[in-house]
Write a protein that binds this ligand. Sequence first.
Ligand SMILES: Nc1nc2c(ncn2[C@@H]2O[C@H](COP(=O)(O)OP(=O)(O)OP(=O)(O)O)[C@@H](O)[C@H]2O)c(=O)[nH]1
Ligand SMILES: [Mg+2]
Length: 362
Amino acid sequence: MSVSSGERTIADEEPLETFAIVVMGPTGTGKSTFINLLTESGLLVGNELESCTDSVHFSSPFTVDGKQVILMDTPGFDDTKTTDSDVLKMIAASLSLCRGNHLKLAGVIYMHRIVDNRMGGISSRNFRMFRQLCGDSSLSKVVIVTTMWDQIDMTLGEAREAELMTKTIFFEPAVTRGAHMARHDNTHASAASIIRSVLTRCHEQKPLQIQEELENGVDISATKAGQELNQDIKERSSRYKDDLRVVMEEMQDAIRLRDEESRRELAQERERLEMMIRRLEQESANLASGYAEILGRLEARVQSSTRSVSLQALSTATPPVVAAAETESNAILEGKIAAAFPVFGFWGRVAVMLAPFSLSWK
Ligand SMILES: Nc1nc2c(ncn2[C@@H]2O[C@H](COP(=O)(O)OP(=O)(O)OP(=O)(O)O)[C@@H](O)[C@H]2O)c(=O)[nH]1
Ligand SMILES: [Mg+2]
């Protein structure tokens, strides 16, 4: 069995298909570190406090047991730099790429830190969003990876893992419906074994819920994940509004008591809460717009990479065709490209052009 990375392997082996594996999870769970262990993508790694990855990145392609793989690094739904609705749109657009002929979604990895002694609000929210992105029928494609096993006592880790797998408030509902669990100890060996466990099920052609919804023309804000996010925004906004009411009452008291210092502090808090409420309102409105634009931008980027790869290949394989192609219509050129390439394996070359590709869309 072999795992290797970089363009070198692609040229050596020319595997038939390219499989995409999406890596999701809250910030700081080790998504980018995991991808860097397997590829030469040089993704930025964070410092555990502030989110690091703020857009979707494609890794360099690498091969595992003759299968060509690219990994998609994603920001969590708690990113300090990107709004949740932007994160959702970026992930959705990336997933919709994996419905073509050459790039297949082999599976989805969801990461969780085993060192965390409780599943806090952020982790729960991320997992709720994740569940709504995947739906129930594609859970066999999901591997929930607990990370940082190199940092925990084995007995404690095993007890926590058992709790995560068996409690309905944690991962039990997903595991019961087909999701698998795996451990990662920050070694290349454990990362490779996780990729292999995803690839063993890569032939199951079950789309994720959001892929199906978008393909059927459902607006992103009306998808299950979009609804979940909107509900979450509504709840957060309502909590801020409750806090704001309390602050306003306290401000009235401070004014009545001529307590200028308290009044000033409360006025600052009022401003902060009003800004948070405005932001959430914007975010909700923002979810309903801009998805087509980001998808279009990503597709354009893929097409231009495809075209560059194709022209490169034509210029090395069949030089006279290139000269002709420059004056020919797109349709004729596409035909020649198709003839010049074995159809599969093509995406791997495109991925080389894309990687590391930041799905930046601002
Ligand atoms: N000991 C140990 N540290 C890890 C492991 N995985 C990640 N880290 C560390 O955890 C921190 C965060 O890792 P990242 O890979 O940036 O996490 P991320 O999930 O990509 O975070 P965002 O990009 O913010 O969403 C870094 O300091 C890593 O070095 C692991 O398995 N073991
Ligand atoms: Mg990251």
